[in-house]
Design a protein. Structure first.
Length: 289
C-alpha cells in the first residue's frame, strides 16, 4: 500500500474539520483527536495545555473586545492579537510612548492614541475573511527574540507521535511585502534544508540561523505531541534568549493549502501515516479518491 503524502493527509483533515460535527458514525479515535485539536486550537486553551506540560508561556489576559484590552494599564511593550483566527493580520506589537501614543512594530505604524489603535483593529476586523480575526482579543507580554528582531522569529515545528522532523523558521512582519519575508527550514538536528516548501521565496538580504537553544524546540514539540495524543500538529514556538516560549497550535497549516517539494511531502506523509497507525486513527474515508 502506498503511503499517502503530507498534502493528501492535510486535505483529508481539512475535509473532516469542515464537516465535523455533522458527520455521523465517526470512529471513536477520530472523535477524540478532532475534539482535542479544536479545543487546543483556541489560543488561550493552547496556552493552558502547554503550561500544564511545563512549557513556558507568556502572561496574558483575554478580553471581550480590543476596547476593553486597551482601557487598562499597558506595559512598555505589549502584544494584542485575536483570540481566534490565523495569520498575523490582526497582531499588534505596541510600544507605548511617553506622550500616550503608540508605535506598532508589526505594522510599522504610529498611532496617536488608544482610540486610534481600537479603530484600526475594528476596521481590520470588519474587512477580515472568515476565521482570520475575532472580536475577542488576547493582551499578552512581548517576547524578546534571541537574535534581537523587533518582530520575533517564528519557529514552526512539524510534530508527530514519532518525532518532529522539520522546523520552519520565519521572519514575517506585516509591514513588509511577502516577497521580503525570510524563511529557513531545518531538520531535527538543526541542519539547513533549503526552501523545501513549494511556492515560497525568502529575502536574500536576510540570513537566518538556528538559535543556540534549537534542540529545545524539538524536545518541547515532542513533549506536547505525546501529551496531546493527536497524529499531527504544527507547534509554533518562539526562541527567547534563555528559554523557548509556546506560541500556538496549528492543526491546519496555511488553512490546509500547504505543499512541500515531493521528497519532503513524502517524508512528512510517512511520519503522519505512522502517527495515525500508532493511535488507531483511520483517515481513509476522508481521502480524495
Amino acid at each position: 500500500m502506498t503511503t499517502p503524502s503530507y498534502h493528501a493527509l492535510l486535505q483529508a483533515r481539512m475535509t473532516l474539520w469542515n464537516q465535523y460535527p455533522k458527520l455521523k458514525n465517526l470512529q471513536d479515535a477520530i472523535v477524540r483527536e478532532t475534539e482535542t485539536l479544536k479545543d487546543i486550537n483556541k489560543k488561550d486553551h493552547g496556552y493552558a495545555f502547554a503550561a500544564k506540560q511545563g512549557v513556558s508561556c507568556v502572561n496574558y489576559h483575554v478580553y471581550d473586545s480590543v476596547a476593553d484590552a486597551m482601557s487598562g494599564f499597558l506595559p512598555g511593550i505589549s502584544v494584542i492579537k485575536p483570540l481566534h483566527g490565523h495569520s498575523s493580520y490582526g497582531v499588534y506589537i505596541l510600544k507605548k510612548r511617553p506622550d500616550g501614543s503608540f508605535f506598532c512594530r508589526m505594522h510599522k505604524r504610529a498611532y496617536k492614541s488608544r482610540e486610534v489603535v481600537i479603530a484600526d483593529y475594528e476596521r481590520r476586523l470588519a474587512r477580515s475573511k472568515n476565521y482570520t480575526m475575532s472580536k475577542q482579543v488576547i493582551l499578552e507580554e512581548y517576547v524578546r527574540d534571541s537574535f534581537g528582531y523587533g518582530v520575533p522569529l517564528d519557529y514552526k515545528v512539524y510534530g508527530f507521535q514519532g518525532g518532529s522532523p522539520i522546523v520552519m523558521q520565519r521572519y514575517a512582519p506585516m509591514h513588509l511585502p511577502k516577497d521580503k519575508w525570510a524563511f529557513e527550514f531545518y531538520d531535527a538536528d538543526g541542519n539547513k534544508l533549503g526552501l523545501i516548501r513549494e511556492r515560497i521565496k525568502s529575502n536574500p538580504e536576510i540570513t537566518l540561523e538556528a538559535p543556540k537553544n534549537f534542540p529545545r524546540l524539538i524536545e518541547i514539540s515532542d513533549r506536547l505531541m505525546k501529551a496531546s495524543e493527536v497524529s499531527f500538529m504544527r507547534v509554533d514556538l518562539y526562541a527567547a534568549p534563555n528559554r523557548i516560549i509556546f506560541g500556538e497550535f496549528t492543526p491546519l497549516p496555511n488553512a490546509g493549502k500547504e505543499t512541500y517539494v515531493p521528497e519532503f511531502d513524502r517524508l512528512l506523509g510517512k511520519y503522519w501515516a505512522e502517527s495515525l497507525e500508532s493511535l488507531g486513527i483511520d483517515y481513509s474515508p476522508f481521502m480524495a479518491s
